[in-house]
Write a protein that binds this ligand. Sequence first.
Ligand code: HGY
Ligand code: MN
Ligand code: MN
Length: 414
Amino acid sequence: MTDLRFGPRLMARLDQLGRISSDSDRLTRLPFTPAHRQALEQVRAWMHEAGMITRVDVIGNLIGRYEGDDPDAPALLIGSHIDSVVAAGRYDGPLGILSGIDAVHALHQQGDRLPFPIDVVAFCDEEGVRFTTTFLGSRAICGTLDPAVFEVRDRDGTSLADALRAFGGDPDRLGEAAYSQGSIRGFLEVHIEQGPVLEAEDRAVGIVTAIQGQSRMVVCLDGMAGHAGTVPMGHRRDALAGAAEMILFVERRCAAVPELVGTVGRIDAQPGAVNVIPGRVLFTVDLRAPNDLIRGQAASEVVQGIQRIAASRGLACSIGREHDQRAMACAPRLQRWLAQALRAEGLPVKYLASGAGHDAMAMAECCPAAMLFVRCKSGISHNPLESITVEDADVAVRVLLRVLRDLIPPEASS
Ligand code: HGY
Ligand code: MN
Ligand code: MN
């Protein structure tokens, strides 16, 4: 067994962070909740141990700065998201934050500095589970977040603006979260693959080439609630039966096109009683494709199909286009940094694309961005069964540290 300099502590910290949840029996850590605050304070303590100074920006991103020789030089950002989905795994997000802290910690222990600052970032909300829009923290840092998102409400009717204020943030000062033009030299994100490729090829890590684009919609249908026993089938305006027809339409339309995927992940039927015809239904649609034209065409046809089915059933229908993120190519130069580090660590260089979305695709709107994927068991993610090995965790930190050390000019490291 190779000397695991980083893996054991990293895995212990991931376990510890994975226990910070709003739910007692599973990991759910939605943004601007007490669990988010508790996790943020724990990560902040680890950042301080690693020699960083920390701040929380106006949208709830935690940022740990490891100063460089020139404090005014454009910073290298490393990180991922601290929020999770519901009933999540413990590695999706935190692996990218904690591996960044560990790499900086190793520099700090040697007293090594890069010519420029390193900012490790725990983004406040990447999943977009509580408020259907996503990449809140990374978009705010890039200055690309549309303030209209602050009106979006969660299931309890709380607006994003109110949730953020209650958390100590300030939507009215959104602009202060944005890094100034040219002040970010690049962004690196370590993340579990959430797919089967690395495991199938027995690779611990891989370099991401591109991230497919994604569209999200929220569909609201209004029919007529009624007595399940007395309303003849031909007289009904059943919102849930209509949604069922629409969901199968989405499935068929996406299955017909290679590389296009479509998911209805959430549905709420009101009033939700066994003997009441559902009068109102809300459901979400998530469309992804590597090609933005294919995704755009699918989104238009899904909207038309839903509207056609609603009309045929006498249902009122509103469709909110909550989120559109174009596909993103990872920066070649940063991919080369990662490839050089892999070779220096004696590891094979493997490239692969990402089906999942990541903060890196939002960060790519304002700086060169790249990702290092880490193998995860059976590709399982967004599931408590998500798992990685201590050896692969160790590799991730070693590769990241190698990238950082390679950025120290030879004369400085002598
Ligand atoms: O949905 C995604 O692809 C990511 O996990 N947020
Ligand atoms: Mn993620
Ligand atoms: Mn995720």
